[in-house]
Design a protein around this ligand. Structure first.
Ligand SMILES: [Zn+2]
Length: 87
């Protein structure tokens, strides 16, 4: 009984290293694993490069949406003014 629980915990522990993040190809202990951003394993440099490009495209989108967040800063100023008024 306890051995089943132990092996299950072990499998869960290494789960994130079992397959390529991009193409889900199983990663063996003897095969090359390409890590990216700490905890994303890939089966090849090609897969990792594709993930990097996906992330870069995502970050560009974030940068664009950040530009329209200018109202956030003015909201903060209003909050500080409000706190001053209360004090
Ligand atoms: Zn892959």
């Amino acid at each position: 009984m306890s051995s089943t629980a132990l092996s299950y915990a072990g499998a869960e522990n290494t789960h994130f290293l079992e397959a390529c993040t991009l193409c889900s190809k199983p990663l063996g202990h003897n095969s090359d694993i390409y890590m990216y951003r700490g905890n994303n394993p890939f089966c090849s440099q090609e897969c990792r490069q594709e993930q990097i490009e996906i992330d870069e495209a995502r970050e560009k989108t974030w940068r664009v949406s950040k530009k329209s967040k200018k109202s956030d800063t003015s909201n903060k100023t209003n909050l500080q003014t409000g706190t001053l008024l209360v004090a």
